[in-house]
Ligand binder design. Structure first.
Ligand code: 3PG
Length: 306
């Protein structure tokens, strides 16, 4: 079988070497398409592939249509909003992700962004400490739980909201569950977003929630830009000059945000949450192992399009 790794943002070399070892060790062949700039290159590369490993690369219906022999696609990472699941299902292609494999890297970045914001975005002047502040976790999945744990290490009070996680599970992780999303924003000096981009969550964080945040609050986004209502973000940042917005995924209107709000906003030049050697190795090797197990035994653990 031919396994294609198509990564516009490449894995670390150690991860590629590891993927190669797993794929070739199982008797399959590996093809690499890295740093591609034209979607046509992806269409061509995938045309004879039986398996596909991607990161945030968009696996659209057009990509699926070009991949006549494709049996499985694995998103090496957590969020799978880049996969056209209905198109995969129509073709009988199994789609998977590798949940939890890059979570620690994202969680560490979220904490780093909190420190950056609390120290005046590394500009001169007196900042504040994280200790004793309340950290709100919006969605208590793999990353949210790790951010909570790291926040506890800094002496922060952790509150969390997730309609899909029981209050007991949140308490067991050392955080305090709140009853509503509004209460979460009211209590949080730092609010860390960990919701996926779905039809329900897109543009769901905006003026009405952010206006509830305490004085000097910071919104940290290591999730997806799509969950932010950008027009409303501008409105609240204009109205509340004490609020900061720090994101790992630049807004569509990031240039405007930078111009209008200066150091009160920051965006990574390119999403870097999962950009560690460890996260690349964990997610990349997990993807390769899931593929060879699928070909060997039909195992569909982590299938998304059931
Ligand atoms: C994820 O959903 O796993 C993260 O956002 C990482 O995405 P990336 O592989 O594009 O860095």
């Amino acid at each position: 079988m031919k396994v294609l790794v198509a990564t516009e943002k490449p894995f670390a070399k150690a991860a590629v070497d590891g993927i190669r070892g797993i794929v070739e060790g199982a008797g399959h062949t590996l093809a690499l398409l890295e740093k591609y700039t034209k979607v046509e290159d992806l269409y061509a590369a995938v045309s004879d592939a039986n398996a596909l490993i991607v990161r945030s690369d968009k696996v659209t219906r057009e990509v699926i249509n070009s991949a006549k022999n494709l049996k499985i696609v694995v998103r090496a990472g957590a969020g799978f909003d880049n996969l056209d699941l209905p198109a995969c299902t129509e073709r009988g292609i199994v789609a998977m992700n590798t949940p939890g494999q890059n979570s620690n890297a994202v969680a560490e970045l979220a904490i780093g962004m909190m420190i950056y914001a609390s120290r005046n975005c590394f500009t001169p002047g007196t900042g504040v400490e994280l200790k004793g502040k309340t950290l709100g976790i919006h969605a208590f999945g793999n990353v949210g739980r790790l951010v909570a744990k790291l926040g506890q290490g800094f002496g922060m009070n952790i509150v969390a909201f997730d309609p899909f996680v029981s209050a007991e599970a949140i308490r067991n992780a050392g955080a305090t569950p709140v009853n509503s999303i509004e209460e979460l924003y009211e209590k949080s000096n730092y609010l860390s977003l960990h919701i996926p981009a779905t039809n329900e969550t897109k543009k769901s964080v905006g003026y009405e929630l952010m206006k509830r945040m305490p004085k000097g609050a910071v919104l940290i986004n290591t999730a997806r830009k799509e969950v932010i209502n950008e027009e409303e973000l501008v409105k609240i940042l204009e109205e509340r000059v004490d609020i900061k917005y720090i994101t790992d995924i630049a807004a569509d209107i990031q240039a405007t945000l930078n111009e209008k709000f200066g150091v009160r906003v920051f965006a990574s030049p390119k999403k870097m949450g999962a950009e560690t050697a460890e996260a690349n190795i964990n997610a990349g090797l997990a993807a390769a192992n899931q593929i060879i197990k699928f070909f060997a035994t039909g195992d569909k653990t982590f299938q998304l399009n059931k």
